[in-house]
Design a protein around this ligand. Structure first.
Ligand code: FAD
Length: 340
């Protein structure tokens, strides 16, 4: 098979930020054979490279001098079953939300709270996606990934992925070493553990007059998300730009002394999670607009592109916010979005 790399490819429509950027080489892949061939090609071996899924968690700050490999690996199949669960393998290029709908329609429980998160299945383990009281790690069984240096497919089970809050081994120790080709989820077929612990879900179910069920929770989450988060089709964005900081009790108490209303949530290891959006809003950034970029009007955690923003401008805004929050609260925020 001869590989066809496109040159100077415009990536604007491949990312939810919708920012114009070019990659010097671009190639989509839709099978593991194709991917194996790509990583052995001269173009790949002599350039920098990156995998792009749905482009909903990346910010290109400049043109990418290298190869962008665009994931189109599809396929959904059952690979195991027990008394009350099923193992489903999803191709990493499947759209995450379509996979959630597939699970809900088939009566498989576990990912209904993760409805409407943009992006591909393959990127979900990268940062252990989470929302409304559920994280990928709660249902994750294993994944298969192509090791770039050897061309071999390796399997990683849950414990080997070091999942944490928006973290995994693939974002840290194994960064850029593997391309995830499929993800296996363990989903319930009965005795579903419906999670409505987030007040907003219960309130929405009540408002809609619906009983908790897989499909009703999914519907409630979709409704809530549509009302709270800007749709990238209308305003370019990448969801939460920063992670919520986790601090020691001492630091929290000091802040609570100054700001009694500060939102706080228990975190593992007796630490406290704070809301990055609250800190950014309190620092006065919510709704600020500069030319075509800014901080969203209703969600201070979301940086936006109003049309023709440049990646470097959005990055520089994020740096200003970081420094301001540090000077006002003594907390160093961490970016959640992958800066390229
Ligand atoms: C409106 C909005 C709301 C969001 N809400 C949430 C939320 O509630 N919870 C949450 O956790 N996230 C949320 N996100 C962030 C985003 O949806 C997730 O991080 C998602 O998993 C990214 O998927 P993607 O395919 O778009 O990844 P991309 O942006 O394409 O890639 C992200 C990173 O993963 C790497 N990567 C992608 N695919 C692979 C692969 N197959 N193998 C190896 N590396 C790979 C890329 O190189 C890049 O570094 C939101 C984003 C938006 C725009």
């Amino acid at each position: 098979m001869s590989l066809s790399f496109e040159k100077n490819k415009e990536l604007r429509h491949f990312t939810t930020f919708g920012i114009s950027t070019k990659s010097s080489l671009y190639i989509p892949f839709s099978s593991i054979e194709e991917l194996s061939e790509i990583i052995q090609s001269n173009e790949y071996l002599t350039s920098k490279s990156m995998v792009l899924g749905g482009g909903s968690n990346v910010l290109f700050t400049k043109d990418f001098e290298g190869v962008v490999l665009h994931n189109q690996l599809k396929g959904i199949s059952e690979v195991g079953r027990g008394d009350d669960y099923v193992l489903i393998e999803f191709g990493s290029g499947e759209v995450w939300h379509d996979s959630v709908l597939y699970a809900v329609e088939n009566g498989y429980g576990g990912i209904e709270n993760l409805s409407l998160i943009p992006g591909s299945v393959g990127a979900a383990p990268m940062q252990n996606i989470g929302a409304y009281g559920v994280e990928l790690k709660d249902v994750f069984h294993s994944l298969n990934a192509l090791e770039i240096s050897t061309g071999e497919i390796k399997t990683f089970y849950n414990e080997e992925c070091n999942f944490g809050y928006r973290e995994s081994v693939f974002k840290r120790e194994l960064k850029n070493q593997f391309i995830i080709v499929s993800v296996v989820l363990r989903l319930t077929t009965q005795n579903h553990n419906l999670n409505t612990s987030y007040g907003a879900i219960n309130a929405k179910l009540l408002e809609l007059g619906l009983e908790p069920s897989l499909s009703n929770i999914s519907r409630a989450v979709i409704d809530i998300r549509r009302s709270k988060l800007p749709d990238p089709n209308d305003i370019g964005n990448s969801g939460s730009f920063f992670k919520n900081p986790v601090v020691e009790v001492k630091k929290f108490e000091e802040l609570q002394g100054r700001f009694p209303e500060i939102p706080n949530y228990p975190a593992p290891s007796r630490k406290i999670k704070l809301a990055a959006g609250w800190l950014i809003e309190k620092a006065g950034w919510k709704g600020k607009r500069f030319e075509d970029y800014g901080v969203h009007n209703n969600q201070a955690l979301v940086l936006v592109n109003y049309g023709n923003a440049k990646g470097a401008q959005v990055y520089s805004l994020s740096q200003d916010i970081l420094e301001d929050v540090e000077s006002k609260f003594g907390i160093i925020l961490e970016r959640e979005v992958n800066i390229i």
